[in-house]
Design a protein around this ligand. Structure first.
Ligand SMILES: C[S@@+](CC[C@H](N)C(=O)[O-])C[C@H]1O[C@@H](n2cnc3c(N)ncnc32)[C@H](O)[C@@H]1O
Length: 432
């Protein structure tokens, strides 16, 4: 069992990790603002962890890479980056964010795209609509989220993107397309859960898409300026990002110097639900319920058996929810996370560091102390906890509140319970 006094001794709040003075502009520089990815961490945290726990030329891994924040920062800091995520949308975004594209080529492609789309939308609309119809996903959810005319305009754009030959440019356009979907649907914009807004003002898809692409092109150019030429010239040797489960990191044994990651949460929100619009268009979601089951921490994953979660704190939390479905859900989460930590150990070299950024949550007044559980699980895997820093969270895109009566997500005014405490823990654990 873990020595709680030792942990307390090693745990300290450090304001310099909060980056409270950073504006949104400063936390979304270069390619970091390509896509609004839920629960993405700010690049300042990833960058500092990389700089403090690895050297130039080292391998840095993120098994829950999400939108690829760690991998972008690894490249900017002259490291090799390896990342995976179970979410196809995360993979697309991370790939686009870490792929420098020749700006002349990109600008030419954008020019052609704009002129073609102007013609297709304003000149021969009906002709191109009929040709683009097959790009509308065959899924009931499409009509649930999109009004007919928006769906049709989006299909024309999507069909044109699919004609692009250069795979890096096509990927960048797909990310721009994914980014505008929420605005072009009736998804309630400010909501932390999928909810429809029938009075929503419609954005013009083409305008939104082209402005997005122009912005990304400028950021791509700035990204290139910051990268070393040898990294640009052999980008595929410097970073690997793939769609894969965190328990199968695409990396050999004992080679990584550090892991810089922020794992999924339990009792937080459904990543699958939040990514369903692009997943629909990209045909990565036949039905929502099987899509959800891929994600660790999903409400739709439960563990019936009394499996070992390797943490006394986890056992206590599970016991607090005894008799409720929530206990099975939390058990599954900690059970799966233990395997993820074991996989991190596999890829780390001796003395390599796992840097894990995690917040605690609360459900119906019961604390879910993720940081303590992870520390205990890491100890059980014979990691040495070097230190635990507490930081205030200023800009993490996480829903923060649940209704105290129903336990459902709610606007802060209707609730008195916080879902995610506005602080998180940075656990640094060394592989011995
Ligand atoms: C907190 S987010 C990471 C965000 C990331 N740090 C960023 O800056 O964008 C956690 C990620 O874990 C991913 N995830 C959930 N289950 C997974 C699994 N089984 N294997 C790999 N990734 C998974 C989710 O898709 C989500 O992207």
């Amino acid at each position: 069992m873990i020595d709680q006094c030792l942990i307390k001794h090693k745990m300290k709040e450090d304001k310099s990790w909060s980056f409270t003075d950073e504006s949104h502009h400063n936390t979304s520089y270069l390619t970091h603002n390509y896509y609004t990815y839920p629960a993405k961490f700010i690049p300042q945290v990833a960058s500092r962890l990389i700089l403090e726990n690895s050297n130039e030329g080292d391998i840095v891994v993120d098994p829950f890479m999400g939108s690829g924040t760690t991998i972008v920062e690894a490249l900017l800091n002259k490291r090799f980056g390896i990342g995976c995520d179970i979410n196809y949308v995360a993979f697309l975004v991370a790939k686009a964010k870490t792929t420098p594209i020749n700006n002349k080529l990109l600008e030419e492609e954008i020019l052609q795209l704009r002129s073609d789309l102007d013609y297709r939308m304003n000149g021969k609309y009906n002709y191109y609509l009929s040709k683009s119809y097959r790009f509308i996903p065959k899924n009931d959810k499409i009509d649930y989220w999109f009004k007919k005319h928006q769906k049709e305009k989006l299909a024309i754009i999507f069909a044109r993107i699919n004609e692009v030959q250069n795979s890096a440019i096509k990927n960048l356009f797909l990310v721009a397309f994914a980014q505008i979907l929420k605005h072009c649907s009736i998804w309630l914009q400010s909501s932390v859960k999928p909810q429809r807004d029938f009075k929503k003002v419609n954005y013009e898809p083409l305008e939104l898409f082209l402005s997005r692409v122009r912005n990304m092109s400028k950021r791509n150019e700035a990204f290139i300026q910051k990268l070393k030429p040898e990294i640009i010239n052999s980008i595929n040797e410097h970073r690997k990002v793939i769609r894969r489960d965190a328990r199968k990191i695409p990396c050999e044994d004992n080679v990584a110097t550090s892991i810089v990651t922020s794992p999924p949460y339990v009792t937080s929100y459904e990543y699958a639900d939040l990514h369903q619009l692009p997943a629909l268009w990209f045909n990565k979601m036949n039905d929502l319920s099987s899509f959800r089951k891929n994600f660790i921490g999903s409400v739709f994953k439960t563990e019936e058996n009394e499996v070992n979660v390797h943490s006394k704190t986890a056992d206590e939390i599970i016991e607090n929810f005894k008799g409720k479905k929530k206990s099975k859900e939390i058990r599954k989460y900690y059970f799966e996370m233990y395997d993820c930590l074991a996989e991190m150990k596999r890829v780390l070299k001796k003395n390599g560091k796992a840097c894990i950024v995690i917040g605690d949550t609360q459900y119906r007044n019961i604390d879910i102390l993720n940081h303590l559980v992870f520390i205990e699980q890491l100890n059980s895997l014979k990691f040495e906890i070097e230190n635990v820093t507490v930081r205030q969270v200023t800009s993490k895109m996480l829903p923060s509140f649940r209704d105290s009566r129903t336990g459902r997500f709610a606007k802060p005014t209707n609730t008195n319970i916080k879902l995610v405490h506005p602080k998180e823990y940075i656990i640094i654990a060394k592989k011995n």
